[in-house]
Design a protein around this ligand. Structure first.
Ligand SMILES: Cc1cc2nc3c(=O)[nH]c(=O)nc-3n(C[C@H](O)[C@H](O)[C@H](O)COP(=O)(O)OP(=O)(O)OC[C@H]3O[C@@H](n4cnc5c(N)ncnc54)[C@H](O)[C@@H]3O)c2cc1C
Length: 491
């Protein structure tokens, strides 16, 4: 394939997308209309599942070294602790929440992209495009006024909440705008009696105030404004909110960022039209409660990149690309609903309802299984694709994940940077025959199965596609034949 993939936007999602495509040997151009990288620290949280995927991509170490490792998150009402949810029980090699400013995330992702051989073209804006039978004709406006027409194989809009690509496609951004606004401050904090690497949320009859550690004694503070109109806060106002709603005795100083934001809960129905795809905030936005937005966007990129690479290499049929929208739209629907519930819990106003909420939370979070379930859900390791068109077979009667669920096989994938499925099965002549027949889709080696009585066909992004009982190779063969490009299919 000689035409490049054009990625619009060098935020965390565009950078992840470009790095994955370059890693898979695809010609890529990534452009951003801004002349320099943002210094805003917006997203702070990187969850376990995103780190697992970064690990496979070869980029996790720098993040792990640069961020704070939060071992738990806690919920309080004044000086009373309602709940503490530890992350240590999360079944992932990354069983903590990584706190790292988005500006730093973008710097590390750009560095990762550069190491792989890719470069961001800044001061370059997508101003028009036309989707044709064999690709997309794109108009790029460079700083200085030069205009360029680029013929791209695919166009990927990672251009944020106000996406030009989404608007040009005429895709409705369906959903609501919440009536409450929030204020935000990145400040130095003294006197907070909480472990220094632990996010803490304080509920108060007036609203919530939340502390997210950024570095030693620096925190991101977010508070909802209730019925007060959204406005830019100053340090004095933030100090007043913290005194009223927090545990007392806290002093704020040295603000580096003060801002306000409203909350939208919106998504597109289809993430793809023809040769054009949407990913990240261009496709979905929601409340920062739960810290999932950027994580979800980066995982969009991990989902799409391997599919584009296999189709471009003519190893898989173009219909493989259809699974992107259905899989990722399903995840966004779910996360939007969940973060919406969390936000409404934070915004709950009648005092009686708040008292009931606090009581229920205190009782429910005493149960270790609940704490574990909530931590696992937040960490992203339970995200899956139960309704994926790529799924087949069943894990009934076997120990191990079912179709659409994650199977942690990072070590198997890291050795090879071409996207390939992997067989998790015990060694046999049939397994080796399968690998030989489908060498353009399957990795040459196998992984140990979670249960020796079964066979798992695992996708390049670590999700199970097909599960079959040992010896039932027809199920696996059918799935691979269904996916393989016509010429390479063994049928
Ligand atoms: C206060 C706040 C706190 C948050 N906290 C969290 C958190 O803890 N965890 C989390 O996961 N998420 C969080 N989020 C959400 C997170 O910031 C976003 O989900 C994330 O930035 C989305 O990344 P993106 O790459 O899709 O878009 P963006 O970061 O918006 O990047 C889009 C890029 O596209 C470029 N662009 C736009 N149009 C064009 C064009 N026509 N041509 C060329 N370039 C273009 C822009 O210049 C921009 O650089 C938070 C958000 C806010 C506001």
């Amino acid at each position: 394939m000689s035409k490049p993939v054009l990625v619009i936007g060098a935020g965390p999602v565009g950078l992840t997308m470009a790095a994955e495509l370059v890693r898979y040997g695809m010609p890529v151009r990534i452009v951003d209309k801004l002349p320099t990288r943002t210094t805003q620290s917006r997203a702070l949280a990187i969850w376990s599942r995103t780190l697992e995927l970064l690990e496979v991509a070869g980029g996790a170490d720098a993040f792990v070294a640069a961020g704070l490792h939060a071992k738990a998150v806690s919920l309080h009402a004044g000086r009373r602790t309602l709940a503490r949810i530890p992350f240590g029980t999360v079944a992932s090699p990354f069983n903590y929440l990584l706190m790292i400013p988005q500006s730093e995330t973008e710097r590390l992702l750009e560095e990762h992209l550069r190491t792989l051989g890719g470069t961001v073209e800044r001061g370059t804006e997508l101003t028009d495009f036309v989707d044709r039978d064999d690709g997309v004709s794109c108009t790029l406006s460079h700083a200085g006024g030069r205009t360029e027409t680029l013929e791209a194989a695919w166009l990927i809009g990672c251009d944020g909440a106000h996406s030009f690509v989404r608007g040009r496609l005429g895709l409705p951004f369906e959903g609501d705008t919440l009536r409450t606004g929030f204020v935000i401050a990145d400040v130095r904090v003294a006197g907070l009696a909480i472990p220094p690497d632990e996010p803490a949320i304080f509920w108060h009859p007036d609203g919530a105030v939340m502390f997210f550690p950024i570095s030693r004694d620096r925190y991101r503070i977010i508070a909802d404004l209730g019925s007060v109109a959204v406005h830019m806060p100053d340090l004095g106002e933030m100090q007043g909110i913290v005194e009223r709603r927090g545990p007392g005795g806290i002093r704020l100083s040295d603000p580096v960022w003060l801002s306000d934001f409203g909350v939208n809960e919106r998504k597109v129905h289809d993430y793809r039209r023809g040769h054009v795809f949407l990913a990240g905030d261009a496709a979905h936005i929601h409340s920062p409660a739960g810290g999932q937005g950027m994580n979800m966007g980066m995982q969009d990129a991990f989902n799409l990149a391997w599919k584009l690479a296999l189709v471009a290499q003519q190893a898989a049929r173009p219909s493989l690309l259809d699974s992107y929208s259905s899989e990722r739209s399903g995840v966004a629907r779910h996360i939007l609903a969940e973060s919406g519930r969390m936000t409404r819990m934070v915004l709950l106003r009648p005092h009686l309802a708040q008292r009931v909420r606090n009581l229920v939370v205190k009782q429910v979070f005493r149960i270790p299984a609940i704490r574990h379930a909530v931590a696992s859900r937040l960490s992203g390791i339970l995200i899956g694709y139960p309704d994926s068109p790529l799924n087949g077979g069943t894990s009934r009667g076997l120990r191990g994940p079912g179709p659409g669920q994650r199977l942690c096989l990072e070590r198997c994938f890291r050795s090879d940077d071409t996207p390939r499925f992997v067989l998790a099965a015990t060694d046999s002549a049939e397994a080796r025959g399968m690998i030989a027949r489908h060498s353009s889709l399957l990795m040459p080696g196998m992984c140990p199965p979670p249960d020796e009585h079964g066979i798992w066909l695992v996708r390049p992004d670590g999700y199970v596609a097909v599960v079959a009982k040992r010896g039932n190779w027809t199920e696996i063969e059918a799935a691979l034949n269904g996916m393989a490009a016509e010429a390479s299919s063994s049928r």
